[in-house]
Design a protein around this ligand. Structure first.
Ligand code: SF4
Ligand code: SF4
Length: 77
């Protein structure tokens, strides 16, 4: 039986608001966020991406930490 508490919400990152500052990545305990560079050769601006959705605990620390209001916690069923 899984010991995981069911998540109530997942973070949705607004790519237009995200500056790539990396603060959400630092506070995310399970390390499921990372910075991804845009553009064909990874030379574009960086943005935060949830790369491991099943690993996210829904703790909302990333959303609380983001100084640019780029992360919204969206309820899941
Ligand atoms: S804290 Fe906010 S602005 Fe900074 S990388 Fe994360 S989502 Fe982007
Ligand atoms: S909600 Fe918590 S576990 Fe999920 S990405 Fe944000 S900081 Fe990481």
């Amino acid at each position: 039986m899984s010991q995981h508490k069911p998540r109530k919400a997942l973070p949705v990152i607004d790519p237009d608001r995200c500056t790539g500052c990396g603060r959400c990545i630092v506070v995310c305990e399970p390390k499921v966020l990372w910075l991804e560079a845009e553009g064909p050769n990874g030379m574009g601006r960086k943005r935060s991406v949830l790369h491991d959705e099943p690993g996210c605990t829904g703790c909302a620390l990333c959303a609380l930490t983001c100084p640019f209001d780029a992360i919204q916690m969206v309820k899941i069923a």
